[in-house]
Design a protein around this ligand. Structure first.
Ligand code: SF4
Length: 366
């Protein structure tokens, strides 16, 4: 039961009733979650929802990040990572380089390789099939979580084959799940400002629907803290909930605070406050009653906020992510690698029980 003595905002009591009854909270009530100043009451509701699904467990992963190329034809205004092919710091990893990196990491005991990169027309599907094959060749038990919906859509276009065929060939190669990137914000007017040439929000959802229909589980992201309004965030979350009702394929929702350094996007209102981060994660936990996990990437949010959020709806703080380049190109001040001990300390500081896992949240690891 939710401790009602913690709720000071009367508007939250109705939402607490719904959450206790296991009923979805409607779009009309979502605005109250995002505007309340009663952060403690909101946290009590979100914590109840979190513990109903995940108890006291908090998930983390031991992985490496593989940003295989920074060459990208889109050059989205939001992106600090991408380069044109002619730029002096443009790069693409060879398959030998990828295998070397994975072999080195495997020696220190990783469970997962997390792969995303730019949309590079020189890389055909065979490159990705062999990439995954080589990773599995190092250790068949390494879990591969790979490519955004924008990448899958691009692979389909570049190779002139249906997206279903892209998925089935990469599943055969060993892809186990999708990390859920590229969702950004679905609202077309805001998406046009931050990523005008990227697939639309509708197409992102369609790609995910296809992935789910082929048995792939995925995350779903949201990029916030740029030009979006609160209504856009609510709409994004409700659209994810609708697709989840249909497919059940989302494992985790991952809100990502935008970092503006080296990008061409100027946030509309300046950085959101810590309260906004807490409201967003707690509200997401309450609204997405059909998605099992809410993930707060410590690398994006900072160690202290990630700890706090473990008491405000979050049950996953992300992974070690050795060699992360995307958010660090945009000015993230966190280190680009956290040890397992660091993640364990972070979780234990919040009084949670750590569980080592991969993007499938399955099996016993570590
Ligand atoms: S956000 Fe992704 S698609 Fe857009 S420019 Fe960067 S790497 Fe390319």
């Amino acid at each position: 039961m939710i401790d009602r003595s913690l709720i000071a905002d009367p508007a939250l009591n109705f939402i607490a009733d719904l959450v206790e009854a296991g009923e979805p909270v409607g779009r009309d009530s979502a605005g109250k979650l995002f505007s309340t100043m009663d952060i403690i009451g909101l946290g009590a509701i979100a914590n109840h929802a979190r513990e109903s699904i995940n108890g006291n467990r908090a998930f983390y992963g031991v992985n490496i990040n593989l940003n295989y190329t920074n060459i990208c034809t889109l050059r989205c205004p939001l992106c600090a990572f991408s380069r044109d092919a002619c730029d002096s710091d443009a790069y693409t990893y060879t398959l030998d380089e990828i295998e070397r990196r994975v072999r080195e990491a495997s020696g220190s005991g990783i469970d997962e390789v997390h792969i995303v990169g730019g949309l590079n027309p020189d890389l055909k599907l065979e490159y990705f099939e062999e990439m995954i094959g080589r990773i599995k060749g190092v250790d068949p038990d390494i879990f591969v979580v790979a490519f955004t919906a924008a990448e899958y859509d691009f692979f389909s276009k570049v190779n002139g084959i249906p997206i279903e065929e892209v998925f089935s060939r990469l599943i055969d190669a060993g892809v186990g799940a999708l990390p859920g990137g590229g969702a950004e914000i679905f609202a077309p007017d805001k998406r046009r400002l931050i990523a005008p040439d990227k697939i639309s929000g509708d197409r992102w959802l369609e790609v995910m629907r296809t992935a789910h229909s082929l048995g792939l589980k995925t995350n779903a992201t949201l990029l916030y803290n740029h030009v979006e309004e609160t209504e856009d965030i609510i709409d994004h979350i409700i659209r994810l909930r609708s697709l989840q009702d249909e497919t059940g394929g989302f494992k985790s929702f991952v809100p990502l605070p935008f970092h503006e350094e080296n990008t061409r996007v100027k946030p509309a209102r300046g950085p959101r406050a810590g309260f906004d981060d807490i409201r967003l994660f707690a509200s997401a936990r309450i609204l997405l009653n059909n998605i099992p996990h809410i993930k707060a990437l410590w690398m994006y949010l900072g160690e202290k906020m990630a700890e706090v959020l473990l008491r405000f709806g979050v049950d996953d703080i992300g992974a070690t992510y050795a060699n992360e380049k995307v958010v660090h190109s945009a000015g993230a001040s966190t280190p680009d690698y956290g040890t397992e001990e660091f993640l364990l300390r972070l979780i234990k500081n919040a009084g949670r029980d750590p569980v080592r896992t991969a993007a499938d949240y399955g099996g016993k690891r570590g």
